[in-house]
Design a protein around this ligand. Structure first.
Ligand code: ZN
Length: 319
C-alpha cells in the first residue's frame, strides 16, 4: 500500500478564450499540447491539456475554457499559484524570453532558497517558473517552442491560501504522507515524493482572508497521483475513514478519478497513472484531433458545432 501520495497528477484551471490559452501555453511557455477533448460533464466546452511530450503525471496542466467566463478572484480556500520546475541554469533564458515578447513578469526573487520568476496567464492565473536542480536530471521535449535545455519539466508545486490551515495540514501530513520541509515567514512548505515526482505545497494561513471566487484564471482542482485502481481504492477508504466524502471512481478515459473537497475548501482529485494519453492517439499526433470518449462519440457532429474553432499548430517532429 502506498504510504504517501506520489506527488501531483494534474492541475485543472478555469479559462476564457481557448485560443489565447493555447497560444500562451504552447508559444510562450513551450508546453506540448497533448489532448484536445471536451469537458466530459459539459461537452460543449473544451478540455485542453498541456504537458511534457507524453503527458507524464506531474506535468499535466489542463483548462476548461468557457468563452464567456467572468474572471475569478484569488482568495482563501484556493490554490493561488501554480509553479513549474525548469533546469537550474535557465532563469535568465526565461526572463529574456518574456522581456523580448513584452510579457510582464516579476523577479527573479528567492523563495525557500529557490530562484523564481512569476507571471500571469491571459486569464490572470499566477504562474511561477522555478530554477530547480531536480529538473536538471529530467529530459526536456525537443520539439517545443522552448529549447529542451530550458523547457518546463514538471510541476514544482502549488500555493494554498487558507483561512484556517489546521485540518488541511493534518490531511496532507497524517493521511497523505506529505512532510514539512521548511518555514519562511508565514508560509510553511510541505513536500511529496522526490526528484521527478517531487511536489511542494506552500501553505499560507490568513484568518482575515476573503474567500476566492471561482472563474477564469482560478484553479478548479488539483489531482494527486496514485499508481492504479487498487491503490486509489485504498486512498478512497482512507478518506472516508477521515470523515471526508470521496465520489465513486469516475472513468476519465485517460485516468480514473475520485473527487472530494479537503477541509480548507480546495477540490481534490486522486487520479491513476494509467491508462494515459496514448489510449486514443499515437505519440506523434497527440493533440491534433478532437478526441471524445466513447460515450460522447454519437454526439460528435453537434459537439463540433458548439465548440468555437481552435487553431492548433501541426506538430512536426524535428528529431
Ligand atoms: Zn482533474
Amino acid at each position: 500500500m502506498e504510504k504517501a501520495i506520489n506527488g501531483i497528477h494534474h492541475i485543472t484551471v478555469m479559462a476564457s478564450d481557448p485560443q489565447a490559452n493555447y497560444d500562451f501555453y504552447t508559444d510562450l511557455l513551450g508546453m506540448r499540447f497533448i489532448k484536445k477533448t471536451v469537458n466530459f460533464d459539459a461537452p460543449d466546452v473544451y478540455h485542453l491539456y498541456y504537458a511534457d511530450e507524453i503527458g507524464t503525471p506531474g506535468t499535466v496542466l489542463t483548462f476548461f475554457p468557457f468563452p464567456d467566463a467572468k474572471r475569478g478572484k484569488r482568495g482563501s480556500g484556493e490554490i493561488t499559484i501554480v509553479a513549474f520546475s525548469v533546469p537550474s541554469n535557465s532563469l535568465n533564458y526565461w526572463a529574456n524570453r518574456f522581456s523580448e515578447r513584452a510579457v510582464n513578469f516579476d523577479g527573479p526573487f528567492t523563495k525557500f532558497g529557490y530562484s523564481c520568476i512569476s507571471l500571469l496567464d491571459p486569464d490572470g492565473m499566477k504562474i511561477e517558473i522555478v530554477a530547480d536542480p531536480a529538473a536538471d536530471i529530467i529530459a526536456g521535449w525537443n520539439n517545443g517552442d522552448v529549447p529542451a535545455d530550458y523547457s518546463i519539466r514538471k510541476f514544482f508545486g502549488v500555493y494554498f491560501y487558507l483561512k484556517n490551515s489546521l485540518k488541511s495540514v493534518e490531511l496532507l501530513t497524517n493521511i497523505m504522507g506529505a512532510v514539512l520541509s521548511g518555514t519562511e515567514g508565514n508560509i510553511k512548505r510541505y513536500s511529496f515524493g522526490n526528484e521527478a515526482s517531487q511536489a511542494f505545497v506552500d501553505i499560507q494561513e490568513d484568518p482575515d482572508s476573503q474567500p476566492g471566487i471561482n472563474g477564469a484564471g482560478t484553479v478548479h482542482h488539483i489531482a494527486w497521483r496514485t499508481a492504479n485502481d487498487n491503490e486509489q481504492n485504498n486512498w478512497r477508504n482512507k478518506m472516508i475513514e477521515s470523515g471526508l466524502y470521496p465520489t465513486e471512481m469516475i472513468d476519465r478515459n485517460y485516468f480514473h478519478s475520485i473527487y472530494f473537497r479537503e477541509p480548507g475548501g480546495i477540490l481534490y482529485e486522486i487520479a491513476t497513472d494509467g491508462p494515459g494519453f496514448l489510449v486514443d492517439e499515437n505519440l506523434d499526433s497527440l493533440g491534433m484531433e478532437l478526441k471524445l470518449p466513447a460515450w460522447h462519440e454519437s454526439k460528435r457532429k453537434l459537439i463540433e458545432q458548439l465548440l468555437i474553432p481552435l487553431k492548433t499548430k501541426k506538430f512536426v517532429k524535428q528529431n
